[in-house]
Design a protein around this ligand. Structure first.
Ligand SMILES: CC(C)(COP(=O)(O)OP(=O)(O)OC[C@H]1O[C@@H](n2cnc3c(N)ncnc32)[C@H](O)[C@@H]1OP(=O)(O)O)[C@@H](O)C(=O)NCCC(=O)NCCS
Length: 255
């Protein structure tokens, strides 16, 4: 097991989790999380049943410990259409095989914190998700008071897309959770309310312009040629703007 303080400079390596990691994996989960995981979960992790995982080990530790897991991340590939974030990933029903990667657990033993290990583990997940052509995003839940984890996800450019009231039930008490999402492979969110509002304003503006132009036309039959062109140009650029807004929708945070 990991001692509370590191005696020398660690040499961190990453590798897949395997059956021999079962005991240490259960032990660290028990220490780090307020919720208990069933033994079937650990069996699935170490045997790679529907779960992908990476472990961090410190090769500088004495023999017998140099391959012991000191950090881990576990994740599962899920169908986008069956996920709770289907509305956030621009799901295309004509491509029903679209997937997402859901991070189940992430943890680093206390003595190894703030060394960038969790960041590296998340990068492994993002790399893996990006390698799946059908995958559109990586997402996860985090309890609302877990500031180190929240800072970590924000630093890694995850977007906080939702707050779920009473998502966790721990020792009879409900806690909210945040849902964080990271788009991969060009996945992106559909239009936000802000964007829809921008499109409405843009349409209203062009409508007003066209009414004004018509009034002007009534008042003066002799319209200079360039004025007509200007109006039609403005209509063209309005629809063009709309398209641009849709394309740039990722520039807005959902929450
Ligand atoms: C959250 C956790 C995984 C972070 O692991 P870590 O290896 O220490 O994280 P990193 O070293 O990669 O940290 C990267 C960033 O995370 C944030 N962070 C990490 N620990 C932090 C802390 N104690 N306070 C504030 N921010 C913190 C910082 O933004 C940090 O970047 P910086 O070092 O440039 O400031 C670790 O604290 C842990 O295992 N906690 C218990 C289990 C847990 O909460 N898991 C997450 C469940 S969703």
């Amino acid at each position: 097991m990991v001692s509370p303080k590191l005696s020398k400079r660690p040499k961190i390596c990453y590798r897949p989790i395997r059956p021999s990691d079962l005991d240490i994996l259960e032990h660290i989960h028990g220490k780090l999380f307020p919720i208990r995981y069933e033994s079937a979960f650990f069996q699935d992790v170490v045997n790679g049943h529907d779960i992908v995982s990476w472990g961090a080990v410190d090769r500088s530790r004495p023999d017998g410990q140099s391959d012991e897991v000191i950090g881990f991340v576990t994740a599962r590939v899920v169908l986008a259409r069956e996920s709770e974030v289907v509305d956030l990933v621009g799901y295309d029903s004509s491509k029903s095989d679209q997937t997402l990667v859901y991070i189940l657990t992430l943890g680093v033993a206390e003595a190894y914190r703030n060394l960038g290990i969790a960041s590296s583990l998340i990068r492994e997940v993002i790399k893996y998700a990006s390698s799946i052509p059908t995958c559109r995003a990586v997402y996860l839940h985090v309890i609302s008071y877990n500031n180190p984890a929240i800072f970590l996800y924000k630093k890694m450019s995850f977007r906080c897309v939702r707050r779920l009231q009473g998502f966790y039930l721990i020792n009879g008490q409900h806690y909210d959770s945040y849902l964080f999402l990271y788009y991969v492979n060009g996945g992106r969110s559909p239009c936000s309310p802000l964007e829809i509002l921008a499109v409405i304003i843009s349409c209203m503006r062009s409508g007003l312009k066209s009414v004004a132009a018509r009034l002007y036309k009534k008042g003066d039959k002799k319209i200079p040629r360039w004025a007509k062109c200007k109006e039609s140009h403005s209509l063209v650029s309005t629809s063009h703007n709309k398209r641009n807004l849709a394309v740039e929708s990722t520039a807005y945070e959902c929450v």
